[in-house]
Write a new protein. Structure first.
Length: 95
């Protein structure tokens, strides 16, 4: 399993809109290798991370070319500034 971790900075005034819009983003990839997704934000500072978990590197890379994903991601851009993007292998998990 692989994870994509995107560090973000959110305008605190836009948290409500982001909370509403973000669930549409990972849903476009269900059944295409996406296993789970989380948006974690400190409401006081606006610092946060978006974490998605993938069955494989191949599925994750394919998601980046998916037209539905691209449209969903474009709808998120007004809500945050992207800081860093990193990829990690998941070596342990707890369900």
């Amino acid at each position: 399993m692989l994870s994509r971790v995107r560090s973000i900075s959110v305008d605190k005034k836009k948290l409500r809109g982001l909370k509403k819009e973000w669930p549409r983003y990972p849903v476009t990839l269900k059944g295409k290798g996406l296993r789970a997704g989380y948006l974690i934000v400190d409401r006081k500072t606006g610092a946060g991370v978006s974490i998605t978990f993938w069955e494989s590197k191949r599925a994750m890379r394919a998601s980046q070319r998916d037209p539905e994903f691209k449209k969903a991601y474009e709808r998120l851009k007004p809500y945050f500034k992207e800081k860093d993007l990193a990829y990690y292998d998941v070596i342990c998990a707890m369900d």
